[in-house]
Design a protein around this ligand. Structure first.
Ligand SMILES: Cc1cc2nc3c(=O)[nH]c(=O)nc-3n(C[C@H](O)[C@H](O)[C@H](O)COP(=O)(O)OP(=O)(O)OC[C@H]3O[C@@H](n4cnc5c(N)ncnc54)[C@H](O)[C@@H]3O)c2cc1C
Length: 447
């Protein structure tokens, strides 16, 4: 393909879940495609993920994600089964469905194989550029008509395209954008995701007048031990304290501040709102045995996360009785007597059936010593605000009109989830496939 005189049907930025799905699907439908990936290899955060899942019905989606865009979030549910059939059609192993996060439904999927299968399709029928990124979109007569791309050595190339898809994975990797769009303290959050998703798609979209939003939509993340750095990406899940849902979280005043049971991913948002964005997670032997040491999702090996973190010098301790909380180390900054009193009061409230704040899913007191105490902080996986899109995955401008030629999917598209979560892979897959369908329709229209 020559550099500037030919026009491809679809130019994709981002070789993760949304981008690879879109590029491969478009190729399999006969489109000409160039996929540009900033990293040295394709995969993005999707390579670390395992379960393609979402809410089983639109009603459940509305219940768990009430502030998400109703149309877009319903689209994820409605197109989920067909999207999973597409994954299977590539010969990828998709396991039987299981329950995920208590309210979702989905399947463990061989993600490495899926991404490889997509990569093979695109290389056979189009082009994959790794180590390249967007320099600028080509914007002519109010339409995006491709982009100028560049590599690390400074080489540039113009790629003209009927449709250009932004699928760069959101802005979770950019501390300044996190501070601006999530929370001032979010600048310091550790990243539990690929490091390249630093808002490039967002900046490109905004440069041609795209609408950003919704404001304050938060992020998908989890609680991890403070003071412990990830050694490798596999620790993104090893160090995640999913079982915070059955423990108690105390802030720097020694007080509870949320219903911990609704989900560790929501606890991460609540802890960010606390002073210094940190909290003590407390649980007892029952919670350890019944929740931490059983698979969080069927098919995942349990792990003694407390021990792992303790060995890595996390702020952690074990107490034989709640009274011992009085002697919490001063340097941690939590008031011992107030923390002890909160826990004793929590147990009294649970026994009376009225914990405050309430406990929707597990209102049992912590009565079985020893007590495990560990300081936790939120870590970010991906962002929920982004470029506003319509059901065809077309990027909208400030007046709500589609910007001709510009598409977004995955974490670059904002509003599907809003301070709530029901499956990042499914969302990226459904809108990636939708973007391919829109690009194919565009090609047909211009024929
Ligand atoms: C440890 C971990 C476990 C997870 N587990 C699950 C799970 O089990 N189920 C689930 O549903 N979700 C899970 N997720 C979330 C899921 O991975 C994401 O929701 C999904 O990958 C988002 O897809 P995406 O295409 O938007 O971004 P990504 O898959 O992250 O892909 C974005 C790609 O864009 C590239 N890029 C960035 N900037 C540019 C640029 N300027 N030009 C070109 N390329 C660029 C990046 O390098 C990256 O390859 C997990 C995430 C992590 C980190």
């Amino acid at each position: 393909m020559s550099d500037s005189d030919s026009i491809v049907d679809l130019l994709v930025f981002g070789g993760g879940m949304a981008g690879m799905s879109a590029a491969a699907r478009a190729c399999s439908d006969g489109a000409s495609v160039v996929l540009v990936e900033k990293g040295e290899a394709i995969g993005g955060s999707a390579i670390y993920a395992g379960f393609i899942w979402t809410a089983p019905t639109i009603e459940v989606m509305r219940e768990v994600n009430p502030d998400g865009d109703p149309g877009l979030s319903a689209q994820v549910v409605e197109h989920f089964a067909a999207a999973l059939d597409w994954v299977r059609s590539l010969g990828v192993n998709v396991a039987d469905p299981v329950t995920v996060l208590g309210y979702g439904r989905g399947s463990q999927t061989d993600m490495a194989n899926y991404l490889l299968a997509c990569d093979r399709l695109v290389r056979d029928h189009g082009e994959v550029l790794t180590g390249w990124s967007a320099h600028a979109l080509l914007f002519e007569d109010g339409a995006v008509v491709g982009a100028e791309v560049e590599n690390g050595a400074g080489a540039r190339r113009v790629i003209r395209a009927r449709s250009t898809l932004l699928a760069t994975g959101g802005f979770g990797g950019d501390p300044a954008m996190r501070a601006e769009h999530i929370h001032p303290l979010a600048a310091n959050l550790p990243l539990r995701a690929n490091p390249n998703s630093v808002g490039d798609g967002l900046r490109l979209g905004l440069s041609v007048g795209a609408m950003f939003g919704p404001p304050n939509a938060g992020f998908y993340g989890h609680l991890i031990p403070s003071k412990v750095a990830y050694n490798n990406p596999y620790e993104f899940t090893d160090l995640t304290f999913y079982h915070s849902e059955h423990g108690v979280l105390l802030n720097l005043e020694g007080k509870r501040f949320c219903d911990e049971t609704v989900g560790d991913h929501l606890n991460a948002l609540h802890v960010l709102d606390q002073s210094d964005a940190r909290a003590l997670l407390v649980y007892d032997q029952r919670v350890r045995d019944e929740w931490m040491m059983v698979p969080y999702v069927e098919g995942v090996e349990p792990l003694d996360k407390f021990q792992l973190a303790y060995r890595r010098s996390a702020r952690a301790a074990v107490a034989d009785a709640i009274e011992e909380f009085e002697a919490l180390p001063d340097e941690w900054g939590y008031p011992g007597p107030a923390s002890r009193d909160t826990l004793l009061e929590f147990n009294r409230q649970c026994e009376a059936g009225a914990p405050n704040p309430g406990r929707e899913l597990d209102a049992l007191p912590l009565l079985t010593p020893p007590y495990y105490i560990i300081e936790v902080i939120p870590a970010i996986t991906f962002t929920f605000s982004g470029l506003r899109i319509d059901p065809q995955a077309r990027v909208l401008d400030e007046s709500g009109e589609a910007i001709p030629g510009l598409l977004a999917a995955g974490a670059d598209a904002g509003g599907v989830f809003n301070r709530a979560y029901a499956g990042g892979l499914a969302c990226a897959l459904v809108f990636g496939l939708q973007a391919a369908a829109t690009a194919i329709a565009e090609r047909a229209a211009s024929a």
